[in-house]
Design a protein around this ligand. Structure first.
Ligand SMILES: [Zn+2]
Length: 144
């Protein structure tokens, strides 16, 4: 009976709260990661300052995570989550690009378009060539 009441109370407490989302999950994982590294550093007796900094960051990340879960301001939290997803996409996209460039480095050269910063791929070993950016049409010369 008592257990049922506690559960009901918990449900009532969480009703109308924002809850967990992608940013919340990231914050809780980052918090746990910071704690793990801080503990490792402390056990190893190295970088005491860094250990304290990571511990503080961990508390901040977890506190922010709980604040967001319990928040009643849905639109604000959803906007934060969208911003977070945008940054995450950019970071993941950058890593994918680096991985692709690395895999194809034997056959291709990679240049950034001076005009629009689009990455351009050209075959390797063609000497000095004129490259036309496929996105903006800007032409520039590079040695391959
Ligand atoms: Zn371009």
């Amino acid at each position: 009976m008592r257990r049922q009441n506690t559960r009901e109370q918990a449900a009532r407490f969480l009703a109308g709260r924002y809850g967990a989302d992608a940013l919340g999950r990231f914050l809780s994982i980052a918090g746990c990661g910071f704690i793990a590294v801080a503990l490792l550093l402390r056990t190893a007796g190295k970088a005491a300052g860094l250990s304290v900094l990571l511990g503080t960051l961990a508390i901040a990340a977890i506190a922010w995570c709980y604040f967001r879960i319990l928040s009643r301001n849905f639109s604000r939290r959803a906007a934060e989550n969208q911003r977070f997803l945008g940054i995450k996409d950019k970071v993941c996209g950058w890593f994918c690009l680096q991985r692709d460039c690395f895999r194809q480095r034997r056959d291709y050269c990679f240049f950034r378009c001076p005009s629009c910063h689009q990455m351009v791929r050209v075959p390797r070993g063609k000497g000095r060539i004129r490259i036309t950016c496929r996105r903006c049409g800007y032409a520039f010369e590079r040695k391959t």
